[in-house]
Write a protein that binds this ligand. Sequence first.
Ligand code: CA
Length: 747
Amino acid sequence: MMKPTLLSLLLIFLNACQSSKPPAKSTEKETQAIPGVSKAPAKKVIKGEKDRPNIVFIFSDDHSYEAVSAYGGRLSKVAPTPNLDRIAKEGIRFDNCFVTNALCGPSRAVIQTGKHSHLNGFMENEHRFDGNQQTFPKLLQKGGYQTAVIGKWHLGTDPQGYDFWNVLPGQGTYYAPDFRTPKGLVPGTPGVYVTEEVVNKSIEWLNNDRDKDKPFMLMVQHKAPHRFWLPPVHLLEEYVSKDYPEPDNLFDDYDGRGTPANTQDMTLRVTMDLALDNKMVPFRQDRMNEAQKKKWNEVYDKIRADVLKNRPQGDDLVRWKYQRYMADYLACIKSLDESVGTMLDYLDESGLAENTVVIYASDQGFFLGEHGWFDKRFMYEESLKTPLLVRWPGVAQAGTVNKQMVSNLDFAQTFLDLAGLDQPSDMQGKSLKPLFEGKQPKDWRESVYYHYYCFPEYHAVRRHDGVRNSRYKLMHFYDLDEWELFDLEKDPKEMKSVHADPKYADALKLMKGELAKLRKQYKVPPAPKLRKGETLFPPWREFGTFDVGLGNKGWISLFDGKSLKGWRKPFVSNPGEPISQIAQPKGIKVVNGEIHLSPNPQVFYLHTRDFTDFILELEAKMPKEGFDSGVGFRCVLPKGKNLPHGYQSEISDIRSGGIFDIGVGWMNPPEAQEEIDDFVKRTGTFLQPGKWNQIRVRCKGNHIKTWINGQLSSDIKDDKHKSGVIGLQHHSKEGVYRFRNLRIREI
Ligand code: CA
């Protein structure tokens, strides 16, 4: 490792004393400008500078290597990334760069510290980074580097160790992004797009604000392509008009893998939200200027109109969502690639390129429909791997591919090593500098350790740790004590775990040994137990086809398809008459595995069992437009009364998914017709007369959410009704309302 000599430190000090000097382009000029230094050491300065190159670290969020065309994946032709490819072409493409924990904040904390999550303390996105601990930018600063971070930070606390910082608050916004600075919040400017702005601010710092006498380390950290994937307007039309190749496991059935893959909540089919993810309702555009809004609406209104007309279902809907997802995600990538081009051009034009190491990486990978998923978190390849491209003119051999196992754990030490500084012994990675230089270190690591901590959490991925070497991957979902072992040579897409296959007994033993070794080496403490009462609602698999996936585990059927067992006699009323319980059910009967409700008199039919926190799923069909009915939940029948108290989810096409407090009034939407219209428009009623519609209600504490055909239709908090029974209601004047597949699961 390169250590600064006394002389080079003196020269840095002398450099720092100079105030107005030309940019670092001409090393000769700089050496001439140093007073009192003889010619011979001046040559050393030139060498010394080469040994202390500038570093531009361009970092993105959730960028799958599949979406970098230099990697030659399935999307490389349809969505090329020529500027990223240029880094690879002029430098090195790393094919095996892994992260230690595939989540935004934790990955960033690992990079800052060179330590695994359990040691840097930032294990989950909700944590706040302890900026008082040792980080590589602080050490670079001490070693004479100028340091700056611009763009997404996502570590909660203020950046420390930076001469300049200008970061997005939290996740940031795509349009008119606000920035946090040491002086406070700077509100976003209408018309500005985040990816372009992060690079503009970076170039501004390089050009105007840095101390040009010092080498620098600049972190250009993008929000893109993080969910919800809002591309800039100039790319909308082009990207929605393309046809994106599907991964061949888009319709993965999760056979051959354990509980976690079978119970996650990150599928395109179910989890991907038509409203927000696929933009099928006009979302808040208050950060866009008028021209941007106009363009968005021009492009997306057409897609909305089209899908409302065709209303794809089942696999067709998954395919449609995939195309929508790729259009938005890859347009965000295209913009990112353009911004990389802007930066590379600036480095060329300013003369900085020659002595600057450019590194491109993402905080982790992302599923682009592989296994039917989006998001990350799992230790499966698409999430575990990040792209890593490195250009170092004159040192890294252009156009090379490196297959060593490297990690985001290595970045901190790499930066220090590039700067010729010591690497603290408590950092846990390895400097990649020798690999940049084309060396083949004999003692390079043969496996990497991974640990994901967030359960219960969004997307319901179980906690797990694991180890991957060049051939195998072992994952341990320790809360369930389930193992998965993949033979990556024979099964690179990880479709079948072989942990229980006797042929792999030796491999299993080897990998378990390796895992134990790495846990010890990295000082991994025993995993904390799940807090008492921590359970997670089950994922909502395929709405309307309840017999797939999860099976019936944990679900209670509310209707056996044959009888009205478990249901009370209906409560009826004729208009203007008091409600009373009738002796013989009239308005309700079982027909061909369905419950048929007919009005006149109006009926409210209650199930007998009480439920407090639950997910209720059912299918409903109405005969024609303008039909009005609902499903009651947390209903109780007060003594001496005939009308239940409780909530009702509206399942008509009139107020699609609104919630009513029975006997009291609307909670969402309100009564006013224009508010209702706005609500229906905003939530986008996908409720279809004459077809089976899938209804889901989730109650947990005071939090109530409803979905219609996979689309979130209500999301409210209310404390009034805490527990009660389920009810079915019919309050149209005529026609038969049909229900089937009623089931409930307590959570
Ligand atoms: Ca991320």
